[in-house]
Design a protein around this ligand. Structure first.
Ligand SMILES: [Zn+2]
Length: 137
């Protein structure tokens, strides 16, 4: 099993291309290579390198539930990350994020949530639920 990590200090001497903006990003999981304990590094690396307007998670994939949980935790703790990208030449995704709107799709009904309410609802959601994160960078 490969552990996905992302640490700015590990790549500080590498020249990065400009962050790309992506209209729609959908995360699927088809193998056991993405497991829950890797969600933190995968999320940081993914959102540091591209800035999607929309991130779409289908809960048919159990890993997407874990990914949503980790994303909510990061968003809820963003005020505790003052020094996370202080020594890097580019601000991290958390500090570039201006706003996020979360919507839950159940059947044909959309319901607006915030990180706290989504975190609480996650254990009760089923495979038929889909989550949309709309980011404003
Ligand atoms: Zn930061």
């Amino acid at each position: 099993m490969t552990k996905v990590t992302f640490n700015w200090e590990d790549v500080r001497d590498i020249s990065f291309p400009p962050t790309c903006h992506v209209k729609h990003l959908e995360l699927d999981s088809y193998s056991d290579s993405f497991e829950g304990h890797n969600a933190d590094g995968l999320l940081d690396g993914l959102l540091w390198s591209c800035r999607p307007e929309t991130l779409w998670l289908e809960l048919i994939w159990e890993d997407c539930r874990i990914f949503a949980k980790v994303l909510c935790e990061k968003l809820l703790n963003q005020n505790n990350r003052e020094s996370c990208c202080g020594s890097s030449p580019a601000a991290c995704w958390v500090h570039c994020l201006k706003d996020v709107k979360i919507a839950l799709l159940a059947g044909s009904d959309w319901k607006a949530l915030n990180c706290h309410s989504l975190s609480q609802a996650l254990p009760t959601l089923t495979e038929s639920h889909k989550i949309s994160f709309n980011f404003k960078w």
